[in-house]
Design a protein around this ligand. Structure first.
Ligand code: GLC
Length: 508
């Protein structure tokens, strides 16, 4: 708490950001995106956000929209938003090198891109091909890059995800030359025993090579600072650029913002998602373990690509992962290009997915309330058991359960074919299950070890002794959650202090 107080208050997203968001790398045309919304609404699967990956852009150029696929982008945004869904476009770090592209031309003219030691603009390839990196550590360049978000905000956009901002490098001019030189030499030399290892080393060293991070510089108040000294601050400052610009562009509105790369301090400007995971069972547990660590660093608005980004998901993996994702502030289904379809309505018995996402919406009053309390009190939203029960002999060993807020504990199932799992209760708790028929079962369990059964389409949680939580009726989007019909479940004598606000006005 002392550390958190020093580093400043955590980012507070709009309330709609606590809804569910659908994403996939590969949606390209306005029709693709509209279909995703339509299919969620048709199947009554709640939806608040529609993420727009790189293909909405013109040749992956930041702050552009493909004219052919979106002849009237404003009308597209209005249409999606009229269905209570927020389109959330991606912004990448690299600015495409292309004559006539305004962001490139302006940045070049004003000297706002990162430079080589000789003063020329550093070049690396990312999705758009050759790019320059905006020097977001230079206050002037940062304000300039941030101001570009207005292009999309003026079309009604109120959320962004910042990506490739380590910055990711496929290869640089220098790296490519080095590889070509090596290959030329290789062709003319007799292979030796060590050649294979050396060959692989050179071929694999092209992307994200630390040598490249030593090849470009930031202009920080007139001083040229080598990127490798400030590497971890790049994603931080890209997100800061956006956030500082939002304060000017739309001071009376919270904007959804999260980043891939980050560092201590960026938690004031946005959240993060945990990057390119895989559709592996082990990654559910990894996701859970990262959450309290991120909270300690101030990152409260966090979440993983549910179902897994790389590789092909399975129905059971997706359902089990969602039963953890129900509790993470950022709840998003995202998958990589080329992987199998991962939208819920693609699977058999989509009603199971509708139910699990529906439980999220029943819990939003509680999750939002606990998020805001954690943010306003420099507290953690997810805590390891050891933080609540430091004297308990077993609790500090538990790494697959988490305390959430002040009232509940979560213990998701993360192994395939399991019918349930073992849980450890440091004190008496009420075991709660949200059943697929809409009912809620409760059972009081004594302290100690228990095996609890949890079917694929059930969502479990545990209420601490003497506590209760608010539960709403489900809704298809956050604005439709009815706070007047909230019921409380848990211990009968308990009371709960519910935080709520309009979800959109920034806090002072
Ligand atoms: C990066 C991002 C991923 C995105 C992809 C294409 O890998 O981490 O989320 O889908 O780029 O933009």
């Amino acid at each position: 708490k002392q550390f958190r107080k020093i580093i400043g208050r955590s980012y507070i997203p709009p309330k709609f950001a606590f809804g569910f968001g659908q994403s996939r790398w590969g949606y390209t045309t306005a029709e693709d995106f509209k279909e995703v919304v339509q299919k969620h609404r048709d199947a009554h699967i709640p939806l608040d956000m529609l993420y727009m990956d790189i293909d909405y852009m013109e040749e992956y150029k930041d702050f552009t929209v493909n004219q052919k696929n979106f002849p009237d982008f404003k009308a597209f945004v209005d249409d999606i938003q009229s269905q209570h869904v927020h389109p959330v476009p991606i912004i990448d770090a690299g600015v495409k090198v292309q004559d006539g592209y305004d962001v490139y031309e302006e940045g070049k003219e004003k000297g706002y891109f990162c430079k080589r030691a000789d003063g020329t603009d550093f070049e690396a390839t990312v999705w758009p091909g050759w790019t320059h990196f905006p020097d977001v550590l230079n206050p002037e360049a940062r304000a300039w890059f941030g101001s570009k978000y207005e292009t999309l905000i003026s079309k009604g956009i109120d959320g962004f995800w910042n990506d490739m901002n380590e910055p990711a490098i496929f290869y640089s001019r220098e790296g490519l030359k080095e590889l070509k030189d090596y290959l030329a030499e290789f062709i003319n030399t007799e292979p030796t025993d060590s050649v294979s290892a050396e060959f692989h080393y050179h071929a694999d060293s092209l992307s994200n090579n630390p040598k490249d991070y030593g090849r470009f510089y930031h202009n920080i108040n007139g001083e040229m600072i080598c990127h490798e000294k400030v590497h971890n601050l790049f994603g931080f400052n890209m997100t800061r650029a956006a956030s500082e610009a939002f304060e000017k562009i739309c001071p009376s509105k919270r904007i959804l913002l999260f980043s891939r790369s980050s560092y201590i301090g960026m938690h004031r400007y946005g959240g993060i998602w945990t990057g390119d995971n895989k559709s592996w069972w082990s990654h559910i547990l990894l996701n859970l373990k990262m959450l309290p660590s991120l909270n300690m660093c101030g990152f409260l608005y966090v979440g993983a690509d549910l179902g897994g980004f790389g590789d092909n998901t399975t129905r059971d993996l997706l359902l089990r992962w969602l039963a953890l994702g129900v509790f993470t502030p950022l709840m998003r289904n995202h998958a990589a290009l080329g992987t199998r379809d991962q939208e819920f309505y693609r699977f058999e018995n989509p009603e199971d997915f509708r139910h699990v996402i529906g439980v999220r919406y029943r819990l939003i009053p509680y999750l939002y309330s606990e998020y805001m309390k954690a943010a306003l009190q420099d507290d953690m939203y997810f805590k390891p058991l050891a933080f609540e029960y430091p004297e308990d002999s077993f609790a500090p060993q538990v790494e697959d359960q988490l305390m959430l807020g002040n009232e509940i504990m979560i213990a998701p199932v993360y192994t395939q074919n399991a019918l349930g799992r073992y849980v450890y209760l440091p004190e008496e708790m009420m075991f709660v299950k949200f059943m697929p028929d809409g009912t809620i079962t409760t059972e009081t369990l004594a302290p100690g070890h228990h095996y609890v059964s949890v079917a694929l389409n059930e969502v479990p949680l545990f209420i601490r002794k003497g506590k209760c939580i608010p539960v709403a009726h489900t809704a298809e989007y956050t604005d439709a959650i009815d706070y007047n019909t909230i019921e409380y479940i848990g211990y009968p004598e308990a009371s709960y202090d519910l935080y709520n606000d309009d979800g959109i006005t920034p806090l002072p």
